[in-house]
Design a protein around this ligand. Structure first.
Ligand SMILES: [Zn+2]
Length: 128
């Protein structure tokens, strides 16, 4: 469980940005999460809620933007975006089944490396 430490960093950053903006309250924030990070958005929301108690970020609504990795064929270099299953529960692993079975649409190869999907970033905050 590394969600607590990443959420602490996210929370600290949010308060710094809110202070810079002269905010009285943080209504919400948007967070980009790469599917390869293994970070579970529900856990981040849970810890953020705990950390926010008694601060200007109490009750802030978190929105998550999921970033899927791209599979790059090692044989020909063609890049195939991995489909988001749309299923949030196994956030990091839902796409793995498809990845294990895919073949390169350009050359038919089945040896890929993954590019991207390691993002974890605060995209924006809504302040009042
Ligand atoms: Zn290929």
């Amino acid at each position: 469980m590394h969600e607590l430490s990443v959420t602490q960093s996210l929370f600290d950053l949010t308060l710094r940005e809110a202070a810079k903006a002269g905010a009285r309250r943080v209504a919400g924030l948007e967070v980009r999460v790469g599917a390869l990070t293994g970070i579970v958005p529900d856990s981040v929301a849970f810890y953020f809620d705990l950390l926010g108690k008694g601060t200007i970020a109490e009750g802030a609504a978190l929105r998550f933007e999921k970033v899927m990795p791209v599979a790059r064929c090692r044989a020909c270099g063609a890049e195939t975006p991995l489909a988001d299953s749309g299923d949030d529960a196994p956030f990091a692993y839902a796409w793995l089944r498809a990845f294990g079975e895919m073949t390169c649409p350009a050359c038919g190869g089945d040896d890929f490396e993954l590019v991207g999907g390691h993002e974890f970033a605060l995209v924006s905050i809504d302040v009042e």
